[in-house]
Design a protein around this ligand. Structure first.
Ligand SMILES: Cc1cc2nc3c(=O)[nH]c(=O)nc-3n(C[C@H](O)[C@H](O)[C@H](O)COP(=O)(O)OP(=O)(O)OC[C@H]3O[C@@H](n4cnc5c(N)ncnc54)[C@H](O)[C@@H]3O)c2cc1C
Length: 365
């Protein structure tokens, strides 16, 4: 189950104390300055130790955008608190009607002296209920021939009058995502990152990082190893699930695909290390990585059987007083997790969109 903001901050502050919070940041901004291979190994070790994932919006997303494109004042003002996880950020890209076709976004930021006045709605905004700040793509002009050219990258304090957050409850029953409304919100022009109208370029760089990061190969491998171990255990003297050759064949099939994806990840790493910019490869990693995450969620669901249900009615358990809950440690979150992670093939650009990118840029279709 997701950690609370307090627990997540404690974890990220522990990383900070070891100098590892900015594992992907340059030394001059307080990061490790690690090479790509070192970063890869760090992430793999974190996954193998079953550490929580770092919430990406500050350390993984807006931090790198600010140290790459921000002004000296913005770097000084925002980076230390992002690195120390003192501030919590959320990502305001998607809007009702503007997801895959993000360039159609309508949230407007109009100049008013040394401020912008922002009006519009962002949606699916993960963890906005905990956020101190939101980084947004907003429309600052509709005059350009290319829709992308009128988009800018703006930082908004969530405490500004006119910002409101409405929860969206997902199918697993959790509150993770939100709608964020902007009603005549006054944002200082100093909060514009980089040049006005260049937000699309910055946002695209960020999405490529997001996609590579969502492959999660090492984490999926960890979960599959755990499942294999659990399947090998006997519950109250019953035959272990590992006696079921069909189930074990399904585990093996996902293991083989994961190994293949690990090599794709390593090939991409080798290419980028030798100076090639990450391109459509990140779409392959995102698409295949999330498919395999979901395949493993499905296997957990199958292993847990009906005990995967999050809320087993009281009288149902009473009817089977001698029955142990199948697979200790499996039953608790298999169903909510299965439902929650349907999101993985949607966020960061849906998997259908990734297929379009692969068709165009990798296969040349
Ligand atoms: C749990 C969750 C968390 C999220 N968190 C954030 C967040 O923090 N910040 C943020 O900005 N956004 C967030 N998103 C939004 C996410 O990026 C969008 O949902 C995603 O880009 C898809 O957009 P959409 O939902 O508008 O669907 P649409 O774009 O309307 O797509 C609907 C369906 O049509 C398909 N489709 C669309 N266009 C094409 C095409 N050209 N070819 C083939 N198929 C197509 C899509 O694949 C999808 O199946 C989150 C989404 C989820 C589910």
């Amino acid at each position: 189950m997701p950690l609370s903001r307090e627990h997540q901050q404690r974890f990220q502050k522990a990383l900070y104390a070891r100098g590892w919070a900015g594992y992907n940041w340059p030394v001059e901004y307080g990061g490790t300055g690690w090479s790509l291979v070192q970063k890869y190994l760090f992430q793999k070790e974190m996954a193998d130790a079953n550490m929580p994932a770092i919430v990406p919006f500050g350390l993984g997303m807006v931090g790198p955008i600010i140290y790459t494109y921000g002004s000296a004042e913005q770097k000084q003002r925002f980076l230390p608190d992002i690195l120390a996880s003192n501030t919590w950020w959320c990502q305001g890209y998607s809007e009702p009607g503007s997801g895959s076709d993000l360039a159609s976004l309508k949230t407007r930021a109009e100049r008013d002296g040394d401020h912008y006045i922002v009006n519009g709605t962002k949606t699916w905004t993960t963890l906005a209920q905990h956020a101190d700040w939101i980084f947004c793509l907003v429309r600052t002009s509709s005059d350009s021939a290319r829709r992308q050219d009128g988009i800018s990258f703006l930082l908004v304090d969530m405490a500004t009058p006119g910002v409101s957050v409405r929860p969206i409850i997902t199918i697993d029953g959790s509150h993770e995502i939100n709608e964020v409304h902007f009603d005549a919100v006054r944002v200082p022009r100093d909060n514009l990152v980089g040049e006005e109208g260049k937000g699309w370029t910055y946002g695209k760089v960020l999405l490529q990082h997001e996609r590579t990061g969502t492959a999660g190969v090492a984490r999926t491998q960890y979960r599959l190893r755990e499942l294999r171990a659990q399947a090998g255990r006997s519950v109250r003297g019953a035959a272990p699930l590992s006696n079921d050759a069909n189930f074990m064949r399904k585990i093996a099939a996902v293991e083989v695909e994961l190994k293949a994806l690990e090599y794709t990840e390593l090939r991409t790493l080798a290419a980028v290390t030798s100076g090639k910019a990450p391109g459509a490869e990140s779409s392959i990693l995102k698409f295949k990585g999330t498919e395999l995450q979901q395949a493993v969620d499905e296997l957990y669901l199958e292993a847990a059987g009906y005990y995967a249900l999050p809320y087993v009615p009281e009288q149902y358990v009473y009817d089977f007083p001698d029955q142990d809950r199948v697979g200790e440690g499996v039953e608790t979150d298999a169903a909510p997790r299965y439902f929650n992670f349907r999101k993985a093939s949607i966020y960061g650009g849906s998997n259908e969109i990734q297929k379009n990118i692969i068709a165009k840029h990798v296969l040349g279709l």
